[in-house]
Design a protein around this ligand. Structure first.
Ligand code: DGL
Length: 269
């Protein structure tokens, strides 16, 4: 592995602003770290794209983050991680440490005493079948039911997280017969932590709901510790880049991130 220093930033990317839920958790758990975030708003949503297109976008974004000397890259998008995590690890072998949102969630859920798990995700993540394959390679006895829930991302981005419409859409998806008798539900999209309380309420708190935020932040902390790359002091402000900029997106970031942030337009295409 290329020699990195602890003072280098952590790169985090997503198709848009959903990955800010993961960035938030990382910053909360590791306040001395510096973040460079990239949201590929120009190509949003990844959930509706082919694996080939997603692979191409991810390669370019990682190159951008490496040019900014990131010591680690967090793939904070399930659609991207499902399509491209293995390819990126191969392509940038020895250059940077990768953490993705899929594996820590799989490890956590597989270790629990659960018989049946439901998964909700974008179409791209569902189509990849990565979660089911990884979960059942660790727990062949685990019953896995996966459902694509494509209306949730635009709904959340419009700020519909707790009103009649969001409740109706969530209920419509979660009433799917495939989810009968689940012990746990896995939120396999970085937008979904915003509606986690509503989902828990839908199941009357009888179903354990897992999301990737703190689980991924813990994985980041462990990997940095393992490579002795934990920063001792934050010296520069976090940076948030997007490949397309609209004021409405900047406004929406308030839902995903604890404080108001400025999104900097950067055309990498
Ligand atoms: N945040 C992305 C994910 O975790 C979903 C948004 C999109 O479809 O681009 O899959």
């Amino acid at each position: 592995m290329k020699q990195h220093s602890a003072q280098q930033p952590i790169g985090i990317f997503d198709s848009g602003i959903g990955g800010l839920t993961v960035a938030n958790a990382i910053i909360e758990q590791l306040p001395n770290e510096e973040i460079i975030y990239f949201g590929d708003i120009a190509h949003l949503p990844y959930g509706d794209k082919s694996a080939d297109a997603i692979n191409y976008y991810c390669l370019r974004i990682c190159k951008f983050l490496l040019e900014r000397h990131c010591k680690m890259i967090v793939i904070a998008c399930n659609s991207a991680a499902s399509a491209a995590a293995d390819m990126l690890a191969d392509f940038f072998r020895d250059q940077v440490i990768f953490v993705n949102v899929v594996d820590p969630l799989v490890d956590t859920v597989a270790a629990k005493d659960i018989q049946k798990v439901g998964i909700i995700a974008t179409k791209a993540t569902t189509r990849s079948d990565v979660y089911r394959q990884k979960l059942q390679s660790k727990r062949p006895d685990l019953d896995v039911a996966t459902l694509a829930t494509p209306l949730l991302v635009p709904m959340i981005e419009e700020g519909y997280v707790q009103n009649k419409i969001s409740k109706a859409i969530i209920a419509n998806y979660l009433n799917d017969p495939r989810f009968k008798d689940i012990d746990a539900l896995l939120l396999a999209c970085t937008h979904y932590p915003l509606i986690k309380p509503n989902i828990e309420a839908f199941f009357k708190h009888q179903v354990t709901v897992f999301d990737s935020t703190t689980i991924v932040a813990t994985q980041v902390a462990q990997a940095l510790q393992q490579y002795q790359l934990l920063n001792d002091q934050k010296r520069h402000p976090h940076q948030f880049f997007v490949s397309d900029h609209t004021s409405s997106f900047e406004e929406t970031t308030k839902l995903f991130y604890k404080e108001k942030i400025h999104l900097e337009y950067c055309n990498i295409w």
